[in-house]
Ligand binder design. Structure first.
Ligand SMILES: [Zn+2]
Ligand SMILES: [Zn+2]
Length: 179
């Protein structure tokens, strides 16, 4: 048999006071008053209105407030699944960003991406991102040497900064997965 307790609530509630009833029977004061005067029974729990009282409490099963060990495990499994999904979503976003960066005419990165199967977003994705980041850095150095325009250099620098921020996020996400 569940253990019941009263929990504070914002709304005014109409509680049944019959032992072992523990019914919450929200009713307006007017209906409750008429019900009391006419000695009617509550439509919800079928006990007399007279055995009810208005209060700012609700009956809740006390066991509901503390999750059982089994529920705790279930919750942990759900959290794990959510974390895994979040990691995949982060990887996908990083991958999309990568695609966009590469779309800005970076042949070497495009080649790298052709080698990398974008659908297998498992394992350490940050390793792939690091490789891409290094290629981008190399590209930047080459561009500097060849005298690229300030605008081109700025674009590449922005891309590098974005990649680095993504890498930090990915490493953190992957670390969280391992622990
Ligand atoms: Zn009732
Ligand atoms: Zn009742």
């Amino acid at each position: 048999m569940p253990v019941w307790k009263q929990q504070p609530t914002d709304k005014l509630n109409y509680l049944c006071d019959i032992p072992d009833c523990h019914s919450n029977c929200p009713t307006s004061r007017l209906v409750a008053l008429i019900g009391r005067l006419l000695r009617l029974r509550c439509g919800k729990c079928n006990h007399p209105y007279r055995s009810h009282s208005h209060s700012r409490y609700v009956w809740v099963p006390a066991s509901d407030t503390r999750p059982s060990a089994d529920e705790g495990r279930k919750q942990a499994a759900t959290n794990d699944k959510k974390n895994a999904e979040a990691l995949i979503a982060t990887r996908k976003r990083a991958f999309d960003d990568l695609n966009r960066i590469i779309g800005e005419s970076m042949d070497d990165l495009a080649r790298f991406l052709a080698e990398y199967d974008g659908t297998s977003l498992s394992g350490s994705f940050s390793v792939h991102m690091e490789k891409a980041s290094r290629l981008l850095e190399q590209r930047y150095t080459d561009m500097e040497k060849k005298g690229a325009s300030k605008e081109q250099l700025r674009k590449t620098r922005d891309s590098l900064g974005l990649m680095e921020r993504k890498l930090v996020l990915l490493r953190d996400a992957e670390k969280a997965q391992e622990t």
